[in-house]
Design a protein around this ligand. Sequence first.
Ligand SMILES: [Zn+2]
Length: 445
Amino acid sequence: MTISSLAKFIAGVKRMIVENVEIENPETNPANIISVRPAKRDSCRCGICGKKCSRYDKGSGRRRWRAMDIGNCSKVYLESDSPRVWCKEHGAVVQMVPWARHGSKHTRGFEDTAVWMSLHLSRKAVSEYLRVSWDTVGPMVSRVEKETRSGDKRFDGLVKIGIDETSYKKGHKYITVVINHDTNAVVWAAKGFGKEVLESFFKELTPAQRKSIQLVSGDGARWIKDTVANYCPQATFCIDPFHVVSWCEEVLDTVRKQQWKEARKKAAEENKGKGKRQRGRPKGGSAEKTAAQKEAEIMKNSKYPLLMNPDHLSESYQAKLQQILLYDRRLATAYRLKEGLRAIFHLPAEEVRPALEKWRRRAWSCRIPEFVELQRKIKRHMNAIVATVTHQISNARVEAANNKIKLTIRMAYGFRNINNLIALIYLRCGGRVIYLPGRAPVKVT
Ligand SMILES: [Zn+2]
């Protein structure tokens, strides 16, 4: 094997001419520098479109691209001139190089590996293993995503779609995401929310693609309903069940906070009535707690058992829940209303409307103002809720897709550019095919 073939093998690049190989700083910080140039057929091409162009100038001189490490963690760099060419379409552009994507300081192999790793490992693992900062991975994700997008057919044959806005940063920063319910894949995502943002999605579709959409689910926001009615008048509107349940959970949590506040207040008043407490541990009989104090204690940390699905509660939480329901009648009523609403989504379609009406009557007469308000909201969205059960929008699947998006957003913290976050969502949640260098393509699930 010649030095040239060995260098190509190490760098994982075949299409280049190797001019020299040397080891830099062998004692302190060894790095393998492979000096290369593109073959004649690859030189003088526009870095953006790849068309053959005429040479423009020398550019910024020698450049380095990092490749995957070898041996005992020795870094590897490809080094080459970076002349600019004149493209009729793009003007003066740095010439294309076959070993790296335009604008990158890493080889294709390095970027593909980094992106594959970021789809499967934690941020910390990726940064530490590759010795790159996490925000460097962001632009790599965008470049790889752009390549996997070409020729994709994500808008073809859309029948059931879900539209949702998700926050990606504190301070009301949102992205709007469109999911294909049949594949559970994200087909579209963009910064912001509201009518204009969603309109830009529908404008990307052809009239035939818009016509094929039969069902749209969302959280009941007016801007989603109005835009869908405008662009897909044939589509039925549904509400994702977990949105309806989350309205109810919010109300239940408000009641929980009120009750806890009340219980603490009562306990504090009773304490005051007893006069100043003696220093040190209370003696025998005086340690007995009043009813209000007991209630305040039970109400402490009650959020989890009350809001969680009871099937997922541990034994100790089950016991805590029973205690809460026994001690606080108002909270027990609120809890039963929440569970009652959740159960409606498991009923046969024809039973949903009567069950919702019954639920509304219970909520209306429970004397908790927040639930009286909620039953009005349920009335407004009655048709959409009934349609959800009729068309069998699986809550578990929708929620799973939503959680995956939220996890991806958390993963992308540290990316400076929102487009890199969106690219990561497409790669992790869009059913894209990813290539690990030298391996068969892998579909991300
Ligand atoms: Zn060009």
